[in-house]
Design a protein around this ligand. Structure first.
Ligand code: PLP
Length: 381
C-alpha cells in the first residue's frame, strides 16, 4: 500500500462527489447541468445572521472561544431544545463544533472502542459506517424498507444486539429517504439499551408531522445537530453535540486536541440564527414543501410508484429498479444523456441499490427543467 496509512487508503469516497465532479467537467465543456444531486440549501444565509457575523468581525470577536463554545450560544441551544421539545439540557452538556461532521466523529471517538458495534439503518448517510470503520469499530446495518415507510424497526434492531453493541444511530428526518421516525418507534428504540445517537440535523425541515428529539424518550443519548440545513449555513461550519454529562469532559478533551474551538464568528452567527431567524427558516421550509409536492406529483406522472412520500429533509428517494439494477451506472447515464445530476442509491448502502436520490434544494424552475429532461431521457431509452 506504500506510505499512505491503511485507514486512509480504505476510507471510501462520497460517490455523490464523483457525480458532482463529472457534472462540473461537463459544465466546463459548455453543457448546462441541472444539479439535483447535492444536499445543500440553494438559499443564501438569512440576512439577520450575516449582519451579526459582520458585527462580530468588526467588534474584533475573532479569537478562540471556550473549547465547549460560547456560553451565550450554548444557553440559546438549551432554550431552543426546551422550547421546541420540552426537554431539559444544561449548557454544560453542549459542545459546539465546526459542523455536524466533526461532532459525529467526536461522538464515535468518545464512545466506540475497537470492535465495538454500532447499529445503523441501511440506507444511511455514508459517513456513519465510514467513520465507525475508520475508528476500528464495526457498523451493523439494519435494512429499512420502502414498504415499511423506511422506518427503523425496534425488533430488527434487537435481533442484531450483541455484547459488543454500544450504540444505535437514528437520523430523523433522514438523509436519503426523507423518512420521519414515528414517536412510538423512537421510544421503542430508546428502550433497547445501547446509547442512541440521534442525528437531528434536518430538524426544522418537516412538512407534515412534527419531528421529535431523542431526548424526549431517553437521557442515554447523544444529539448531534447543526446550522447547515435549516438555516442555510453549510459554509459556516457550525454544529453541536448534546451529550450525557459523563461524556462532556472526554468530548471536550478530544475537541481541544483536534480543533481547539469552533470558529468564533460562526458561533456569533449561530446565536443570531437561533434568536432571530425563525421566520426565515419558515419561509425556506414553505418553499421546500412547494418543491417537494411538485416533485412528487411530477415523478408519479412519469410512472414512478413512490409508495411513501418523504416527510422531511429535502430529498426524494426514488425506486428505479424497473430501469436498472445498477444505480451508479444509471446516475451517470442520466448525467451524460440528460444533463441532470442525481445521486446513486449505492452511496447510501447495499440495501439502497436500485434507488436514486433526488434533492429538491434547487429552484422550482430548475427542478421543472430537470424533470422534463428526465422525461425525455426515459422516452428515448
Ligand atoms: C444526515 C447528515 N448528517 C450530517 C451532515 C453533515 O452536516 P454538516 O457537517 O454540514 O453540519 C449531513 C450533510 O449532508 C447529513 O446529511
Amino acid at each position: 500500500m506504500g506510505d499512505v496509512a491503511e485507514r486512509a487508503m480504505k476510507i471510501p469516497p462520497f460517490i455523490v462527489m464523483d457525480v458532482l465532479e463529472r457534472a462540473q467537467a461537463l459544465e466546463r465543456q459548455g453543457r448546462r447541468i441541472i444539479h439535483l444531486e447535492v444536499g445543500e440549501p440553494d438559499f443564501p444565509t438569512p440576512e439577520c445572521i450575516c449582519e451579526e457575523a459582520n458585527k462580530a468581525i468588526c467588534d474584533g470577536l475573532t479569537h478562540y472561544t471556550h473549547s465547549l463554545g460560547l456560553i451565550e450560544l450554548r444557553e440559546a441551544i438549551c432554550e431552543h431544545y426546551a422550547g421546541k421539545y420540552a426537554v431539559k439540557v444544561h449548557p454544560d452538556q453542549v459542545v459546539i463544533t465546526s459542523g455536524t461532521s466533526p461532532a459525529l466523529f467526536m461522538i464515535f471517538a468518545a464512545l466506540l472502542d475497537r470492535d465495538d458495534e454500532i447499529i445503523i439503518s441501511d440506507p444511511h448517510y455514508p459517513c456513519y459506517p465510514n467513520f465507525a470503520t475508520f475508528l476500528g469499530a464495526k457498523p451493523v446495518c439494519v435494512n429499512v424498507l420502502e414498504d415499511d415507510g423506511f422506518q427503523f424497526r425496534a425488533e430488527e434492531i434487537r435481533a442484531r444486539i450483541t455484547p459488543k453493541s454500544k450504540a444505535i444511530l437514528v437520523n430523523s428526518p433522514s438523509n436519503p429517504t426523507g423518512m420521519l421516525l414515528s414517536p412510538d418507534r423512537m421510544s421503542q428504540i430508546a428502550q433497547i439499551g445501547p446509547y442512541v445517537i440521534s442525528d437531528e440535523i434536518y430538524h426544522g425541515l418537516v412538512y407534515g408531522e412534527k419531528e421529535h428529539s431523542i431526548l424526549e424518550f431517553t437521557d442515554r443519548a447523544f444529539v448531534l445537530n447543526g446550522f447547515s440545513k435549516a438555516f442555510a449555513m453549510t459554509g459556516w461550519r457550525l454544529g453541536y453535540i448534546l451529550a450525557p454529562k459523563e461524556f462532556v469532559r472526554p468530548l471536550q478533551k478530544i475537541h481541544q486536541n483536534f480543533f481547539i474551538s469552533a470558529g468564533s464568528v460562526s458561533q456569533w452567527a449561530g446565536l443570531a440564527a437561533l434568536r432571530s431567524a425563525a421566520s426565515d427558516v419558515e419561509r425556506m421550509r414553505k418553499i421546500y414543501d412547494e418543491r417537494r409536492r411538485f416533485l412528487i406529483r411530477r415523478l408519479r406522472e412519469l410512472g414512478f410508484a413512490l409508495k411513501v412520500e418523504p416527510e422531511g429533509a429535502f430529498y426524494v428517494f426514488l425506486n428505479v429498479r424497473h430501469l436498472s439494477g445498477n444505480s451508479y451506472e444509471l446516475a451517470f447515464d442520466i448525467l451524460e444523456k440528460a444533463g441532470v445530476g442525481v445521486t446513486p442509491g449505492i452511496d447510501f448502502g447495499e440495501n439502497a441499490e436500485g434507488y436514486i436520490r433526488i434533492s429538491y434544494a434547487n429552484s422550482l424552475e430548475n427542478i421543472t427543467e430537470g424533470l422534463d429532461r428526465i422525461e425525455a431521457y426515459l422516452k428515448s431509452r
